[in-house]
Write a protein that binds this ligand. Structure first.
Ligand code: ZN
Ligand code: ZN
Length: 162
């Protein structure tokens, strides 16, 4: 296996990043050439680069897993804020109880379109700027109770005065 330098420290990575930004501002043509070279290098070595990333991940998966976990947690907080942070039926605000409700009951199709995972839906909604049409928050109780188009007991109580 090819020998690789030790990973860069965060400070060194930042320094190099700032340097590249400066190059991009001062010499746009030069930085475009660098981008082209990087793209060409990736195109020519795609298999090897992907294999190296995979090997890195398998040797030391925790940093990437942590990155994904942190990103998912951040997205979820943003998602809950964007949709009001409370159950649309009973007003529950405990974040761990809250989930996305598809008002038009097309959740299965929606999940299938994003690889079957809710994190995929959240990332897609984020990209779309948190569309409100057809989506709302429900707590786990109200979500379960309203499955298959049934009416939540909260609403029945109000109507029957029980
Ligand atoms: Zn509720
Ligand atoms: Zn309810």
């Amino acid at each position: 296996m090819e020998k690789r330098a030790a990973p860069l420290t965060a400070a060194e990575r930042n320094r190099r990043y700032r340097e590249r930004q400066k190059t991009a501002e001062d010499w746009p043509e030069r930085s475009e050439k660098i981008r082209e070279r990087t793209r060409a290098h990736y195109a020519a070595n795609r298999q090897a680069i992907l294999a190296r990333h995979k090997a890195n991940y398998e040797a030391n998966p925790e940093p990437q897993r942590k990155y994904s976990r942190d990103r998912a947690a951040r997205d979820r907080r943003e998602f809950l804020d964007a949709y009001g942070g409370r159950c649309a039926c009973c007003g529950e605000t405990e974040p761990r109880f809250l989930c996305l409700d598809h008002v038009n009951r097309d959740g299965v199709r929606d999940r299938a379109a994003t690889g079957g995972r809710n994190t995929g839906i959240i990332r897609r909604l984020k990209k779309q700027g948190w569309p409100k049409d057809g989506y709302r928050l429900l707590c786990a109780n109200c979500n379960t109770a309203t499955a298959w188009g049934r009416v939540c007991p909260h609403q029945e109580k109000e109507n029957s005065n029980a």
